[in-house]
Write a protein that binds this ligand. Structure first.
Ligand SMILES: [Zn+2]
Length: 416
């Protein structure tokens, strides 16, 4: 089967790197404005370049698949989404943080409400697409069923059902970067940031360096998924208990059960703590960030696994971070400084139980103004034998711990 490009489609290319003549985009974005109408909608429509007020396009890295679909002739480039019945199943927010230009810089707090808020802006010339979608689900996790069988988790019939299913509200969030705010958060010059983004994507987005009138960028990266367990209306009220785990993607462990790290066991423990907190009248939040392999990607991660296991003396905790740095140039590229945005989007001001040992996550959360009452380390019996290398190295590097550790040189992993 061969796809033919749709007939009657213009082959004319309009460069977006410069405004044409006296053209000015119609709806400037006033990030952090007191109300959403003054803030203005995010318009990344490819329908009419004159109406666009951002750099980049929707759906993060999946925009490339959209291009394949258009190029193959299976998607009409002028398709306009029918958003009937797609609005949030529950409202999360608004919160005062939504109009604070410093609290949220890497997502659009109004991203789930675009249909209602910006109805007056709708036009056939462009479209306004949600960057956040909120729905509900029942999730089924074998370890949770094991905990129920052991009597460590109790069925309540509402949050945790008789069949072991867990009822959650979940939100998918695409990144929306306010570049001046990102630069300020990272303590760098905005034009240094824009130039590096332009150069490191191979010149993919010329507007980064040619369009100072455009301050908002939809980066081609993975997004974030939020799972809320329990009563979402309690999240922003510090009088109710709140548990949070911020988890960075690890496909090898999270999905496939690899034993080289603690990711899935710690994620599941986070879900358990969230269930227990929700069952006493509060809520639990799992924030799942698509930052595979410390945002270095899975190819780099697997290269590092080989380098770790083949080095002189085998996989050793004392050389854990060095091997990553050899391959990637850095130990970590996750930039947790941006992670707290999602918590401020949810209106979080206090976390009673933070299920994380990461000092980088803890520092990012507390520096952003959120109080953390207790840090919950991974229970030792949940650490796979081969993951002892990772956990010992992280603790030595500053991760939170409430137990004494053996010397790093004594902690070794399997060869393969
Ligand atoms: Zn992992």
């Amino acid at each position: 089967m061969s796809h033919q490009p749709p007939k009657n489609k213009s082959k004319h290319i309009i460069l977006t790197s410069h405004l044409n003549g006296n053209q000015k985009h119609g709806f400037p974005i006033h990030w952090g404005a007191a109300n959403p109408i003054d803030r203005g909608p995010i318009i990344a429509s490819l329908r009419g370049s004159g109406y666009r007020n951002v750099i980049g396009s929707h759906a993060g890295s999946y925009g490339i698949y959209r291009a394949l679909a258009v190029a193959s002739g299976v998607l009409d480039p002028d398709h306009k989404a029918d958003l009937t019945n797609t609005s949030p199943i529950v409202n999360l927010g608004p919160h005062p943080s939504w109009s604070d230009p410093d609290k949220i810089v890497s997502l659009d707090p109004y991203g789930a409400m675009t249909g209602d808020l910006f109805a007056q802006f709708h036009s056939d010339n462009y479209d306004i697409f949600p960057t956040i979608a909120i729905t509900k689900a029942h999730i089924n996790i074998p370890e949770i069923k094991d905990e129920i069988a052991k009597g460590r988790l109790e069925i309540d019939g509402k949050i945790l059902k008789e069949d072991g299913n867990l009822v959650v509200t979940k939100a998918a969030i695409d990144p929306v970067w306010y570049l001046p705010g990102i630069a300020k958060r990272l303590g760098i010059d905005q034009w240094d940031l824009r130039r590096a983004l332009f150069q490191q994507t191979g010149g993919m987005f010329p507007e980064l360096v040619t369009r100072p009138d455009l301050n908002v960028f939809l980066p081609p990266i993975g997004g974030t998924t939020v799972y809320v367990i329990g009563d979402e209306t309690t999240i922003a009220d510090p009088h109710y208990p709140l548990a949070v785990r911020v988890h960075d993607e690890c496909n090898g462990s999270d999905v496939f059960g690899s034993d080289i790290c603690t990711c899935r066991p710690y994620l599941v423990h986070g879900i358990e703590v969230c269930i227990q907190t929700a069952q006493v009248g509060g809520a639990g939040i799992i924030v799942y960030c698509r930052k595979e392999g410390r945002a270095l990607g899975e190819v780099t991660k697997f290269l590092v696994y080989n380098a770790r296991k083949r080095q002189l003396g085998g996989d050793r905790a004392d050389a854990y971070f060095v091997r990553t740095e050899c391959v990637a140039g850095v130990q970590d590229m996750r930039f947790q400084e941006l992670m707290s945005d999602v918590l401020h989007w949810l209106g979080v001001t206090k976390i009673d139980r933070l299920v994380s040992m990461s000092n980088m996550k803890y520092d990012a959360i507390t520096h952003s103004g959120i109080e953390v009452v207790e840090r919950v380390p991974i229970p030792p019996d949940l650490i796979p034998a081969d993951a002892a290398v990772e956990i010992a190295a992280k603790k030595a590097a500053g991760y939170y711990s409430d137990t004494a550790e053996p010397p790093l040189t004594q902690v070794k992993g399997r060869s393969y």
